[in-house]
Design a protein around this ligand. Structure first.
Ligand SMILES: NC(=O)c1ccc[n+]([C@@H]2O[C@H](COP(=O)([O-])OP(=O)(O)OC[C@H]3O[C@@H](n4cnc5c(N)ncnc54)[C@H](OP(=O)(O)O)[C@@H]3O)[C@@H](O)[C@H]2O)c1
Length: 330
């Protein structure tokens, strides 16, 4: 496994992390993991393959508890990242964000308890609370660093202006945002800023929530309660039009002897040295396939072919529904 550093002062992590969301929440994605033992086995396999960055959040159902279980006796082998800020479950209509200093502290204590650890290596604000100055939220997170409860600070889905302001209060190690072949917005302003400030980008949903891997041919291929059925890119006409991108990706991957998922991950890793993708999977076989992508270095010509297949803005449909779109770029 290759390694990358999270920001100027952040920890060294495996070039690919493991997203633990879909194994922790029953039903958010159609998942092959159905209990703690299977979740722990999957996380252990990831660690055995050299993955050190484990990504979870307080709203990912059982995920924090399961990650904590997997880390029993192996705590020093992982960089443990979790998130706080959402009040209300994934998909809830009345979902809100709380970044107030009091909430920061309470949320951290609750996560430490669920994880069964005394230290979180990387603690993210999951969405920016626009009613609390970011200086106050990050100031409270900086207090947690001083107290030894967390090691490093990250933000998820902030605007570039928020990154600048937050970074002045305390050095940020990582910004987490959706970044993949069908979500290339970070290339406009965010990535240049992160390069300037020496902050890493942790790329979530690097496989386009599974779509780019080419397993889904129609919305009905997703379980009846799968959250993605409500995502604009997975609906009706949009789904059908987005399949063209996948078809082209599959053709190129086949020519090169890779899978489309590997191509999508290798594209992120080859294009940037400060990007760490965190694909999620509930299958040990697909985990192994994804980990192998860390060994692939694409040529300039391969990158150019991918650019042609998936130029910026290629996806049809926004990456969240209207309500959730209001919470990004905060
Ligand atoms: N900060 C945020 O707001 C935020 C939002 C979303 C996600 N995240 C984080 O990012 C992580 C990853 O994102 P994600 O799970 O949304 O999306 P993703 O990694 O793009 O895709 C996950 C989906 O792809 C499938 N998959 C994985 N590897 C595959 C392969 N090799 N071939 C075919 N299918 C494959 C998985 O299905 P199987 O399980 O069947 O393999 C799963 O349905 C999450 O676990 C979470 O930690 C953060």
């Amino acid at each position: 496994m290759k390694h990358r550093k999270l920001g100027r002062s952040g920890p060294q992590v495996s070039a690919l992390g493991l997203g633990c969301m879909s194994i922790g929440i029953a039903g958010v994605y159609t998942s092959s993991v159905s209990n703690d033992d299977e979740a722990v086995a999957l996380i252990h396999r990831a660690m055995d393959l050299g993955i050190t960055l484990l990504d979870t959040a307080d709203i990912y159902g059982d995920s924090e508890r399961q990650v904590g279980k997997a880390l029993k006796g192996r705590r020093d082998q992982a960089v443990l990242a979790t998130k706080f800020g959402f009040v209300g479950a994934i998909g809830a209509r009345d979902r809100a964000v709380d970044g107030s200093p009091k909430y920061v502290r309470n949320a951290c204590d609750a996560s430490l308890k669920r994880l069964g650890v005394d230290h979180i290596d990387l603690y993210y604000l999951h969405r920016v609370d626009t009613t609390t100055p970011i200086e106050d939220t990050v100031g409270a997170m900086a207090d947690l660093v001083r107290e030894g409860k967390i090691g490093h600070i990250g933000l998820s889905e902030p605007s570039v202006e928020t990154v600048r302001r937050a970074h002045q209060v305390h050095a940020l190690a990582a910004i987490q945002t959706e970044y993949s072949l069908w979500s290339r917005d970070p290339e406009d302003e965010l990535l240049p800023l992160l390069n300037e400030l020496d902050i890493a980008l942790v790329a979530y949903s690097p496989l386009g929530r599974g779509f780019l891997a080419g397993r889904f041919q129609k919305p009905e291929d997703l379980g009846p309660n799968d959250w993605r059925r409500g995502n604009p890119r997975f609906q009706g006409e949009n789904f059908a039009r987005n399949l063209t991108l996948v078809k082209h990706l599959q053709e190129l991957a086949k020519k090169k002897g890779y899978t489309p998922a590997q191509l999508a991950l290798a594209w992120l890793l080859t294009s940037h040295d400060n990007v760490v993708p965190i694909p999620g999977t509930s299958s040990i076989q697909r985990l192994e396939e994804n980990v192998a992508a860390a060994q692939i270095t694409l040529t300039a010509q391969e990158l150019a072919s991918i650019d042609q297949i998936a130029p910026k803005g290629v996806a049809v449909g926004t990456r969240y529904d209207e309500q959730s779109m209001r919470l990004i770029n905060g």
